[in-house]
Write a protein that binds this ligand. Structure first.
Ligand SMILES: Cc1cc2nc3c(=O)[nH]c(=O)nc-3n(C[C@H](O)[C@H](O)[C@H](O)COP(=O)(O)OP(=O)(O)OC[C@H]3O[C@@H](n4cnc5c(N)ncnc54)[C@H](O)[C@@H]3O)c2cc1C
Length: 407
């Protein structure tokens, strides 16, 4: 049997590794629009912050050789012909498959794509982006930057560049940064702490409306309030959309069933996949690394053994790179709130019918593993949750309470 992967990212690498560990000895071809060995996008901000590049290759730089894979790199797949079971690439090549693993992830969405033609304007999504930003910073002696977009990846970008020593202005249209992973009050607390502790200049209710260039190079950006700020570097990170066009003809994602099958011979996983939420059963793209891993493992197991089912995705968010006050959240911010706050620590759960419906923990997140398991357990916690939030012990204590480790 011949297996082809569309993408060489986190989901595809996990899928291939699992297949080989299961004992699959058929032909595997991995295709990517980029030129690298499988890398972890979660780790690329560390590279930009100054860590060696090799740290991004989370399964080893020699992945293709070690797992007996033929790699077709730097040539995007532009079409999947499910009837003929083949993929076509931009360079005019085609590759037939018995099973396709479609995991092309997502790409940055740009309000003004033409800005990227100006030197000094970059996205923040891929290793290709990081290599280009790193080179630009070094060649131009860049000391300051504007980051447009205060979502998870925008904040990740701002923190990495700040860690590298740049002066950062973070521009966000909402009333708080990280608005998708926080509620109003918690998000405002997190925004204040972020500014206080990192020195990042955060401009809320603001967007970047224009850029000023000089000889093809960025010299300044214009904000929605009319202010103009001189800067040699602009990072645009205001959203992503799934790379589903080659398979589906649109960017709405690829629906995977419980076996992660999108079609009898096509598996899908990761940031391109539409799955059900493990608790709410709502369909959506749940674009985090743990979901991608579980989906890839489900697909590999099903391909090799013909059994197994995906339990569903969880919308967890964990921000902890380059800051000493991590932020963790999951679920929905609706229901009765129970909040505990002291100094730099802020914790809130949302209860619905006595069960955790969502939570947000800022500052000291050692408790978050326990809260996560309570959330998944669907147990009533209304009588105990106040004490748990107010008197958190170390995570291992809670794990022992759950029977996960010996007491
Ligand atoms: C900066 C950053 C930080 C992140 N931090 C975290 C974090 O802390 N925690 C967390 O849980 N998640 C984080 N994520 C998200 C996490 O990286 C993704 O959920 C995960 O990588 C999904 O795996 P994937 O394989 O679906 O996508 P990716 O790992 O993005 O891989 C997609 C692959 O498809 C390839 N591809 C795309 N289009 C084509 C095409 N047309 N033809 C061929 N190949 C194609 C790409 O080159 C790539 O190889 C972060 C993401 C970014 C960008």
């Amino acid at each position: 049997m011949k297996v082809v992967t569309a993408g060489t990212g986190m989901a595809a690498a996990e899928f291939v590794q699992r297949l080989r560990l299961e004992g699959f000895d058929g032909e595997i071809v991995m295709c990517s629009d980029e030129e690298f060995a499988p890398y972890s996008p979660c780790v690329i901000p560390f590279y930009l912050a100054g860590e060696p590049m090799d740290t991004v290759y989370w399964k080893g730089k020699d992945f293709y050789g070690r797992y007996g894979v033929s790699a077709r790199l730097a040539d995007p797949i532009i079409e999947v012909d499910a009837e003929r079971r083949l993929v076509r690439t931009a360079a005019g090549r085609s590759e037939t498959y018995d099973r396709l693993f479609y995991a092309t992830g997502a790409r940055s969405w740009y309000p003004r794509p033409e800005w990227l033609k100006t030197r000094g304007v970059f996205g923040f999504k891929t290793l290709t982006d990081m290599v280009a930003i790193d080179r630009y910073i070094r060649e131009h002696g860049v000391r300051k930057a504007v980051v447009f977009g205060g979502g998870f990846i925008g904040v990740d970008a701002a923190l990495a560049l700040r860690h590298r020593g740049l002066e950062i202005t973070l521009v966000h249209r909402n009333t708080r940064v990280l608005s998708q992973m926080t509620d109003g009050e918690g998000g405002e607390f997190a925004t204040r702490k972020l500014a206080e502790k990192t020195g990042i200049d955060i401009r809320l209710r603001t967007t970047v409306d224009g850029i000023v260039e000089n000889g093809g190079e960025l010299s300044a950006v214009r904000f929605s309030n009319g202010d103009v700020m001189e800067t040699p570097l602009l990072i645009v990170s205001i959203g992503v959309s799934p790379n589903s066009e080659p398979l589906r003809g649109d960017d709405k994602g690829v629906h995977g069933n419980e076996q992660m099958l999108a079609d009898p011979c096509i598996y899908t996983a990761g940031d391109v996949a539409v799955t059900r939420h493990a608790v709410t059963r709502a369909k959506g793209v749940y674009a985090t690394y743990p979901n991608a891993m579980m989906q890839a493992r489900t697909a590999a197991r099903h391909l090799f053994r013909g059994d197994g089912a995906y339990a569903g995705s969880i919308n967890t968010n964990v921000l902890k790179k380059h800051i000493d006050f991590p932020i963790v959240s999951a679920g929905s911010f609706t229901g009765e709130t129970v909040t505990w706050h002291r100094g730099d620590i802020w914790r809130r759960v949302y209860l619905l019918d006595g069960m955790i419906n969502g939570y947000l923990i800022i500052g000291d997140t050692r408790i978050s593993g326990y809260i996560y398991h309570l959330y998944l357990s669907r147990k009533r916690v209304d009588k105990t949750i106040r004490a748990i939030l107010a008197e958190p012990r170390h995570d291992s204590y809670y794990r022992s309470m759950l029977g996960m480790v010996p007491v």
